[in-house]
Design a protein around this ligand. Structure first.
Ligand SMILES: [Zn+2]
Length: 263
């Protein structure tokens, strides 16, 4: 292999000789140019073309931005590489970042701006909103306007165990569709927070809700709330009951409690 910078033959050496550590590969190295390329395993076939430090960091950044596309599972790896070939206007056998030169790396970086990563966060955020009950047809953009205090007829429409990765808080969430006139398409997300301080209260509240919904709650379901407790509540999907809403002082949070409808 000829060093593309100084046009002199590169040295072939093992990773042990070069790094002092066995990465189970070999390398072609030009020490004066600080240029190198690794091989497939312990063979002689290079992974791409030789790169100096500047090109190596450009390729690294290219990988960082490009790999997101298939590593997040949005598209398959082969589909992502097919897209790469199209974007770069290259035949598929040349569409490998390890073969890119400086100009090609710069082109790819301009085609996949950093924001792409941000966009994939947005995609995750959008999925989270939907998972948490945001209904694009009916939910307001701003947080739910507080439901006025009072008693509502509701139907249990969904049950979730929600773990907030940021705060570490966990909650049981009962989606309660409101049936009263004037509240069409409104639902109340009845949240029971299982925080350390309020564990006992949360247990009591959960058991009370279950009783109202006619669920025979075995205490062992609290051992695996994310599956067993949710399963138990799902038995009551479609069950109607009454919900009382009380506002909390100095807080946007509303308390909810369920009761059996009066006959
Ligand atoms: Zn060289």
């Amino acid at each position: 292999m000829i060093c593309p910078y100084c046009k002199k033959p590169a040295e072939f050496m093992s990773s042990v000789d070069f790094y002092g550590h066995d990465y189970k590969t070999n390398l072609y190295v030009c020490l004066p140019c600080d240029a190198r390329v690794g091989t497939h395993g312990r063979g002689k076939t290079p992974l791409g073309t030789m790169a100096n430090s500047n090109l190596r960091s450009l390729r690294k950044e290219c990988h960082r931005r490009f790999d997101v596309r298939w590593k997040t599972g949005k598209v398959s790896r082969s589909k992502a590489y097919q897209q790469l070939a199209e974007m770069m206007n290259l035949p598929s056998e040349k569409a490998h970042i390890g073969m890119f030169d400086k100009v090609q790396c710069t082109k790819l970086l301009s085609l996949i701006p950093k924001e792409r990563n941000y966009m994939s966060n947005l995609a995750a955020m959008a999925q989270k909103l939907l998972a948490e009950g945001f209904d694009p047809k009916t939910s307001p953009v701003d947080n739910y306007e507080k439901l006025p205090e009072g008693i509502y007829d509701v139907v249990l429409s969904d049950v979730k165990w929600v773990v907030n990765e940021n705060s570490g808080s966990e909650r049981l969430q009962l989606d309660l569709d409101i049936l009263n006139d004037g509240f069409e398409n409104r639902k109340h997300l009845g949240m029971i927070f299982f925080s350390e301080k309020m564990m006992e209260r949360a247990l009591k509240q959960t058991m009370k809700c279950a009783a109202v919904l006619d669920i025979d709650l075995d205490p062992t379901v609290f051992g695996s709330p994310e599956t067993d407790l949710v399963e138990a509540f799902k038995e009551a999907l479609g069950v109607q009951c009454e919900m009382e809403i009380k506002h909390q002082k100095n807080s946007d949070f509303v308390n909810f409690s369920l009761s059996e409808p009066e006959a």
